[in-house]
Design a protein around this ligand. Structure first.
Ligand SMILES: CC(C)(COP(=O)(O)OP(=O)(O)OC[C@H]1O[C@@H](n2cnc3c(N)ncnc32)[C@H](O)[C@@H]1OP(=O)(O)O)[C@@H](O)C(=O)NCCC(=O)NCCS
Length: 149
């Protein structure tokens, strides 16, 4: 589980305490940082969801690649949630952790946090996903993950 503090909306009614700031997960690995540019926008001026998904697929592959030790492919996006829009120039940090190693597949969780380029250190969780990758042989067929045969 990620080490989040409660969002501001969970503060008790009437509370005068400052809203707790979102903390980055301590049990996940930073696997990618990237800044979207104007060319990555949709017609609304927000960042195109397909661009975010492509970055997610790249980020999600980092940990499985260690275990697959060779060719692999994405077989499934098990779930994908766009929680908040991403803006041009946001710094996106992709955090990932291993969820499951099967016979030929490896499943990871990925969470994406955005911070403003000019106001760094305050994070918003914008996206999360679960992805499964499969180790492949040279013919593109599933092969056992090393040590899991
Ligand atoms: C990846 C591929 C070789 C798997 O072939 P397949 O016939 O589905 O293979 P299997 O049924 O033996 O499944 C292989 C593994 O994937 C898992 N898997 C298959 N479909 C899945 C799904 N929809 N969701 C989650 N896991 C799935 C299986 O559970 C199995 O894992 P395990 O061995 O750890 O139990 C084939 O689906 C393929 O080539 N897909 C295209 C990949 C691709 O182009 N990706 C996008 C670009 S990277």
């Amino acid at each position: 589980m990620s080490a989040h503090t409660p969002p501001a909306s969970s503060a008790k009614p009437g509370s005068t305490a400052a809203p707790a700031e979102l903390q980055l997960p301590l049990d996940e690995e930073l696997v990618l940082k990237v800044i979207p540019m104007p060319r990555d926008c949709n017609q609304n001026g927000d960042i195109f969801g397909g661009w975010v998904m492509a970055q997610m697929d790249l980020a999600g592959a980092v940990i499985p690649a260690r275990y697959a030790a060779g060719r692999m492919a994405t077989v499934a996006v098990n779930h994908f949630i766009f929680k908040q829009p991403v803006r041009v120039g946001d710094i996106l940090s992709f955090f990932s952790k291993l969820v499951h190693i099967g016979r030929t597949s490896i499943t990871v969780k990925v969470e994406v946090y955005a911070e403003k380029f000019r106001a760094q250190g305050k994070y918003t969780k914008v996206t999360e996903a679960s992805l499964t990758y499969v180790a492949l042989d040279e013919e593109g067929r599933p092969r056992p993950v090393p040590g899991r045969a």
